[in-house]
Design a protein around this ligand. Structure first.
Ligand code: X5A
Ligand code: ZN
Length: 647
């Protein structure tokens, strides 16, 4: 099979001397031609693979991989898992001259559209996964990612379904086992983290102990697509394949990193150790990603990278990702990039997620472990109550996530916030219900000073004080810890000023200039909290009480700051100026600093610039180091630099 792409694309050896893994990528524009017959919008759209490819190129990672164009699957390989009939029906689509003939075929299947290029794309998608899996199995590549469409995991032996025509991953698995015995692949682990159950793959290996199929999916007791009992945890396989089919069926939406990683740590990873696969094929749908319009779950790029990294400990890292679903273009591009960076092993994984699994998640995990412990002894232990006590109970749903039946993509949070704003306006003016309203909106609070150290920030949420603080915090009314934590850098100037503060005593505290300056970069730790909690942080930062009748910063002000970039509030405190630094996952990133007029006073010397006290600097250093952002030396140098440069 021919190598496609620019010849410069095979320089997988690094110029800086660091060796990283030989990672294969398949991308072929031809697969963009599969589209709806009349150009109607559809979530499984041609741009999906294009945006992923573009992201990998812009990030400079595709250039460090071995890139292949697609290759078409052979009929006999497709027939390892599909009926002869199904293969020939899909093949025949290309010769049909009229749309209505294809539409007739499409209408006999569930959730399928077809055009004149669907057949070619389907053969390419399957063939590309086969080719990539073959190269990884042979050792020519260490691992790889096939950026293909149409997806595959819903496709059953004799029918297309759920946007899938051929079961790409299943074809590749059977090819390795049945057609290439000399490669020595005897056991394959298929992991399916697409938000939907991989019903097709499950069926194809139902009685086959050579393939361990693991699918984690939103199930909702059989109400989520593809509805029914197939995705239930009781479905463990049959005959010689009994015990080699594992379903983790979420009872609810909104599952995120914590839920998925709990399934990894307490089900998949122990079983993978026992099974000891020769290669892993990953049905890598990204529709459980935060922001996905169909999935309604919340896995972050960081979550995907940790899940992938954990799988790379098996089969000497031989792993092949094949794209399945994923319908938010931004989310799938970012998640894909995070995964390829893990495949390249070129830097430690950045980020953290702080939320706990849902109560329902522990219930599901316990049920799965109990059912499967008959086949996998490592699942037999009862999980400790300390562990399962770490949970988040289900919050009130405001931004309801869509599901398969409604397929409503109107999850534009801003849009919803402006609606909220209108609906709640008169309520706010006649009562003090601001807390209830603002508790329904999430923001990222970006901290650049002592709050970068999580235990110090948690004083503002849970109450209390940490080493070096001279004052106790009361905490916020809603004591839920941040739902997520993330690090980013922003083009603002960090500086330290004031003679002393109540909390830290003598020495300057951190500010940023509200104006952007592309020559400066300030590290910030982002906490995902509610707008209600943000107000409580703001109250405490500015020495005010949290039992106020009105918020300092409400939905109207949020809209304004998103437009204007920064707005001073009537708090009179040092941190009463709110700055909007942008958005992440459609959620605004806010920070608090001094006003522009205060910056002028720092510049003129009317208020002194002062380096921070040792206790304050140490708190910042702990934040930067424990958050994985900088080494201790780098953190010290970063603070020294900010404290010594004139404004
Ligand atoms: C591959 C994939 C989803 C089908 C949903 C149909 N299919 N409502 O994510
Ligand atoms: Zn899906």
């Amino acid at each position: 099979m021919a190598m496609a792409g620019e010849s410069s694309n095979n320089n997988y050896g690094d110029c800086d001397g660091k060796s990283h893994r030989k990672v294969g990528l398949v991308y072929d524009e031809t697969m963009c031609k599969h589209d709806t017959p009349n150009g109607e919008d559809h979530p499984e759209c041609p741009d999906r693979i294009g945006v992923i490819w573009e992201k990998l190129q812009l990030a400079g990672v595709s250039q460090r991989c071995v890139v292949f164009g697609g290759s078409k699957a052979e009929d006999k390989h497709l027939q390892l898992v599909h009926t002869k009939d199904h293969v020939s029906v899909v093949k025949s689509l290309s010769t049909k001259k009229k749309d209505y003939r294809r539409n007739r075929i499409a209408s006999q299947w569930n959730s399928i559209y077809l055009n004149g290029s669907s057949s070619e794309a389907a053969f390419l998608a399957a063939g590309s996964v086969v080719e990539l899996a073959e190269k990884v199995a042979e050792g020519e590549l260490d691992c790889g990612y096939a950026i293909v469409r149409p997806p595959g995991h819903h496709a059953e032996p004799d029918e297309a379904m759920g946007f899938c025509l051929f079961n790409n991953v299943a074809v590749a698995a059977s090819y390795l086992l049945d057609e290439r015995p000399e490669l020595g692949v005897k056991k394959i682990l298929i992991v399916d983290w697409d938000v939907h159950h991989g019903n097709g793959t499950q069926k194809m290996f139902w009685k086959d102990p050579r393939v361990l199929f693991f699918s984690v999916h939103r199930h909702e007791h059989g109400c989520f697509y593809p509805a029914g009992d197939d995705g239930d945890y009781n479905m463990v396989g049959e005959g010689p394949g009994e015990g080699f089919n594992i379903n983790v069926p979420w009872e609810q939406g909104r599952c995120g990193d914590a839920d998925y990683l709990a399934a990894w740590d307490h089900i998949l990873i122990p079983v993978a150790k026992e099974f000891n696969p020769d290669i892993i094929l990953l049905s890598a749908g990204f529709d459980a990603a935060i922001g996905d319009p169909l999935g309604g779950c919340r896995v972050t790029p960081y979550g995907y990278s940790v899940m992938l990294k954990k799988l790379m400990e098996f089969a000497q890292g031989k792993i092949v990702l094949a794209l399945e679903g994923g319908y938010n273009l931004d989310s799938i591009a970012k998640s894909s990039l995070a995964c390829v960076q893990v495949l390249l092993e070129d830097k430690p994984i950045q980020g953290s997620s702080e939320a706990y699994p849902f109560e329902s998640t522990w219930r599901v995990i316990q049920a799965v472990r109990k059912k499967l412990s008959a086949y996998w002894p490592s699942l037999a232990d009862v999980l400790s109550s300390n562990l399962i006590d770490q949970k988040t109970s289900t919050p009130i749903i405001v931004f309801s996530s869509s599901d398969s039946e409604t397929e409503d993509y109107a999850d534009d949070i801003l849009d919803q916030m402006s609606r909220l704003n209108i609906e709640n306006h008169h309520v706010d003016t006649v009562s003090t219900s601001w807390r209830r309203d603002l508790s329904k909106v999430d923001v990222w609070y970006a901290s650049f000073g002592s709050n970068m150290w999580k235990p110090r920030f948690l004083c503002y949420i849970l109450g209390g004080q940490v080493e070096g603080m001279k004052k106790v915090c009361v905490g916020s009314m809603d004591k839920t810890p941040p739902k997520q934590i993330m690090w980013e850098s922003f083009p603002h100037r960090l500086f330290f000023g004031r003679e002393s503060s109540v909390t830290w005593g003598v020495g300057g505290v951190a500010f940023i200039n509200p104006l952007t300056n592309l020559n400066d970069q300030t590290h910030m730790c982002l906490y995902r909290i509610t707008l209600e909690q943000f107000n409580d942080v703001l109250f405490q930062e500015n020495g005010l009480k949290v039992d106020s009748d009105s918020p300092l910063f409400g939905l109207d002000t949020l809209q304004l700051v998103e437009k204007k970039g920064s707005i001073p509030l009537a708090s009179g405190g040092w941190y009463g100026n709110i700055v909007c630094l942008g958005k992440e996952c459609d959620i605004p990133i806010l920070t608090m600093t001094c006003t522009l007029s205060a910056v002028e006073k720092f510049k003129s010397g009317e208020i002194p610039l002062r380096p921070p006290s040792e206790a304050y600097a140490n708190t910042m250093i702990r934040g930067l180091v424990e958050g994985g952002r900088l080494s201790e030396e780098e953190a010290k140098a970063y603070i020294d630099n900010a404290a010594s440069k004139p404004l």
